[in-house]
Design a protein around this ligand. Structure first.
Ligand code: COA
Length: 321
């Protein structure tokens, strides 16, 4: 039994923040941001708009695309590192809003790899027969955790949500998933507040992402190179067998490095980072949905999805669409 993708959706908040807008906030320039990252604009959640609000829009679209009713879903997973609450999980909040009976529901925090991690969990549940239909969402409001005075991080991130519905099928769907982590790198990319450390955000100067950007960059390029090799080897495939690369959208230079490693032309790579910035766990499902709705990806195409994020975490999924 395989897990097959039968519906996708995405949602981006209305407000757009361009590089020019950022020039008014911090000492940066459109040219610097574009050249170093490929990002031209990002979307920012409205005041009061939460991760669950974004997730709901993407999830409803994916469910409609799949043609399933809320009661058909027997597992709901949300990859997020920016939940509405400490608990209940965003998945529980979303389940109630969607009217999804009493299916299992939980969040997965693997930072930017959250969707790939959630996809991997969903795949296992379907393969072993425990679940038939699984809704997997990646949703984030990363801009809530940015220090708008820190030009090295505030220009990079954006908000959004993407979703996919998976169903059990005898025909190939997800061929394999691969997830890894190395907590030894936790200091390179983090948000340094937490409940058990005595969480008082205001007392600690606010909640913000801190990152050693160029060190993250080097490890990301190297690690993604290794995970694509691992994924191809596990499926006895060569680089040429891949039709599409759907990478995590953090930085266009990282994406191009992975494409080069796979000897893929940029025409075979789905790129949204220019318009979305880094939306963490939402980036891969939004890119997938955009490419599917554009008609670019055809049934039978082989897609390589990959992501890298804080932890560090990283992972990949090979999908026969
Ligand atoms: N605008 C203008 N200048 C900036 C800037 C900005 N927004 N941010 C940093 N700079 C400056 C730095 O202060 C530094 O100046 P200095 O040389 O006078 O000290 C210079 O630009 C170079 O900084 P550096 O950090 O070495 O640049 P970089 O080429 O590594 O690019 C990143 C920075 C963040 C774009 C890049 O490292 C990156 O994308 N890293 C990966 C981040 C990532 O993907 N994180 C998420 C993983 S999921």
């Amino acid at each position: 039994m395989y897990a097959r993708i039968i519906g996708t959706g995405r949602y981006l908040p209305e407000k757009v923040l361009t590089n020019k807008d950022l020039e008014q906030l911090v000492d940066t320039s459109d040219q610097w941001i574009t050249e170093r990252t490929g990002i031209r604009q990002r979307h920012v959640a409205a005041e009061g708009q939460t991760t669950c609000d974004l997730a709901e829009q993407a999830a409803r679209q994916a469910m409609e695309d799949a043609g399933l009713k809320p009661g058909d879903i027997d597992l709901l997973l949300v990859g997020t590192t920016t939940p509405d609450l400490v608990f209940p999980s965003t998945a529980c909040l979303l389940q109630h809003r969607m009217g999804m009976a009493e299916c299992g529901a939980f969040d997965i925090n693997a930072a930017c790899s959250g969707f790939i991690y959630a996809l991997s969990v969903a795949d296992q549940y379907i393969r072993n027969g425990t679940a038939r239909n699984v809704l997997v969402v990646g949703a984030e409001t990363l801009t809530r955790m940015l220090d708008w005075n820190d030009r090295s991080t505030c220009v990079l991130f954006g908000d959004g949500a993407g979703a996919a519905v998976l169903t059990a099928d005898e025909n190939p769907g997800i061929l394999s998933t691969h997830i890894h982590a190395n907590g030894g790198y936790s200091d390179l990319l983090k948000v340094d507040v937490g409940v058990s450390r005595g969480f008082r955000a205001e007392a600690r100067g606010g909640v913000s992402v801190s990152m050693k950007g160029n060190e993250v960059f080097k490890v990301a390029v190297n690690t993604l190179g290794r995970i694509v090799d691992e994924t191809l080897a596990a499926n006895n495939l060569e680089k040429e067998d891949l039709d599409w690369l759907i990478p995590h959208q953090a930085n266009l230079r990282i994406i191009k490095a992975t494409a080069r490693k796979l000897k893929m032309s940029m025409d075979q790579v789905v790129v949204t980072v220019d318009r979305h910035g880094n939306t963490s766990a939402a980036s891969v499902p939004m890119a997938l949905d955009e490419a599917l709705r554009s008609g670019a990806i055809k049934r039978g195409d082989k897609l390589l999805l990959e992501a890298f994020g804080g932890g560090f975490t990283w992972g990949a999924a090979l999908v026969a669409y």
